[in-house]
Design a protein around this ligand. Structure first.
Ligand SMILES: [Cu+2]
Length: 342
């Protein structure tokens, strides 16, 4: 990931100087995680009695925090899981644990995570590969892994009481199969899933074709995992604005964005300034790619889009259910930007 100096960002934005902001008690977020993980944001609530100056200050604080945070999470967009070879089998290890996960700086939520990160690390393999995924459950709840979108033998479909026994605390379960279909897929819990998936037991599972001749040639490949509910806020890759990271591209770059919705709500993702070309749905390449500026992603869906970075600037990129993105205290939740530099 390229880094962007703050002065360059401001220069690109055409901002010669940002008003000095005093550190206030208020966070930019309009939503706060709770012990119960309930959504507590109330759009419009909290504006009562706030002057426009206070509202402007809170919005500014959020943007300043976002700028200060750029580059602080180098694995934000791609966090591949390493594997070991056992003969011709790629062996991946996943450990599920209950952890405190920092959704915003200094704000921790009760999460469930694979290998200590939300989302879990990306598994990226090639069509025809043989994989072994070893799950060690270190949580206080039972669990199991479902490989969402992959064509696998029924015995490794990961649905407790239907295809396997629950993986109880302390136990290990081994999933082994061969990759029979390509595309953008995911792995996630299929047990107490409204809680386990939204608290973080999920990750990208990408199967590339062995022959890449027909794959789009891109300068960047970004995973954008949407989630809600379990961590008490709305997240992109486990983080809520202003603690998301920007996508940074150069003029003329062509980038691929892979969307995943692991939450309980729909999230129409709107990129300002540049259209998105949708090339695949649920891992299936579309016979007729189409253009849009807002792409609705329902729970369980994946979409692949291409963005031609033909317009310079800092383009807001956010969920257009606006109560997932902005309140009287500023932007929060499912917000990031695409920066197209010279
Ligand atoms: Cu949303």
């Amino acid at each position: 990931m390229k880094t962007l100096a703050r002065r360059d960002f401001l220069k690109m934005a055409g901002i010669s100087g940002v008003a000095a902001v005093t550190a206030g008690a208020s966070l930019a977020s309009g939503t706060k995680p709770t012990e119960q993980g309930e959504m507590t944001d109330m759009p419009g609530a909290g504006a009562g009695g706030m002057s426009y100056q206070e509202m402007d200050l809170h919005h500014q604080e959020g943007v300043d925090k976002f700028l200060a945070n750029i580059g602080s999470q180098p694995t934000f967009w791609n966090n591949p899981l390493a594997y070991e070879m056992d003969g011709d089998v790629k062996v991946f290890n996943l450990v599920s644990q209950e952890i405190d996960w920092e959704v915003e700086a200094g704000i921790f939520a009760k999460a469930m995570a694979y290998n200590g990160v939300v989302p879990g690390p990306e598994i990226r393999v090639t069509l025809g590969d043989k994989v072994r995924i070893i799950l060690k459950n270190e949580m206080t709840q039972s669990t199991a892994i479902h490989f969402h979108g992959l064509i696998v033998p029924n015995a490794v479909d990961g649905v407790p009481m239907i295809t396997q026994a629950p993986v109880i605390p302390g136990d290990t379960f081994v999933y082994e199969f061969e990759l029979k279909n390509t595309g953008t897929h995911m792995y996630h819990s299929h047990y107490n899933s409204a809680e386990q998936n939204t608290r973080g037991l999920l990750g990208a599972f990408i199967v590339e074709p062995a022959d890449k001749t027909n794959e789009p040639v891109v300068t960047g490949d970004y995973n954008l995992v949407l989630n809600d509910s379990g961590l008490g806020t709305y997240t992109i890759n486990g983080k809520s604005f202003p603690f998301t990271q920007p996508m940074i591209a150069k003029f003329g770059d062509k980038i691929r964005i892979r969307y995943f919705n692991e939450g309980l709500m729909i999230h129409p993702m709107h990129l300002h300034g540049i259209p998105q070309q949708v090339i695949a749905k649920d891992g299936f390449n579309l016979p007729m790619p189409y253009m849009c500026d807002t792409l609705n992603i329902a729970p369980g869906e994946r979409y692949d889009v291409i963005v031609d970075c033909t317009e310079l600037g800092i383009w807001a990129f956010h969920c257009h259910v606006l109560s997932h993105a902005e309140g009287p205290n500023g932007m929060f939740g499912m917000v990031t930007v695409l920066i197209v530099q010279e």
